[in-house]
Design a protein around this ligand. Sequence first.
Ligand code: S3P
Length: 174
Amino acid sequence: MKKNLVLIGMMGSGKSTIGRILANKTKLKFLDTDKLIENENNLKITEIFKNKGENFFRNVEEKISVKALKTSKNVIALGGGAFLNDRIRNELKVQSISIWLKWSPNILIKRIYKNKTRPIANELKVDELEDLIEKRSKIYAKADYKINCDKLNKNKIINKILDIYENERNISKN
Ligand code: S3P
């Protein structure tokens, strides 16, 4: 199967950690679009936001994410805002399987505040973050698959994704 396995969802949902392990288990390559953006600009995401602004970041994010999605047979972790972009979502339909790692807002909010490297989250108060999660969730719901992660440990989440991958491989053989 040529398709990419693409993890989407809010910051703090574990896309990068889970993506890396999944890539090992499936022997696929792992692409993390935030890392690709940092490498191309030689700057950390926080610095890109601070020095060049969010618009600049979103443009680079679109370019890099679309390019990553044109490859095949990779595990890809998309940045939390990428799935909101129409061009990125359209590219995802071509040869990717999108999986939303869904968590309750209270769990996400705790995780997001723990990590100070996220420019957007650092500027938002709890109620603003709740609004953002609610708004984005309506769009994340367009993903091909959704995993309710609240009651699952990392291994269980990974096993669910592996099941999806196996199913998709079987479908593409028929
Ligand atoms: C963002 C999420 C971040 C990163 C940037 C903006 C967002 O990615 O792309 O800080 O808008 O949600 P992660 O979801 O990998 O943290």
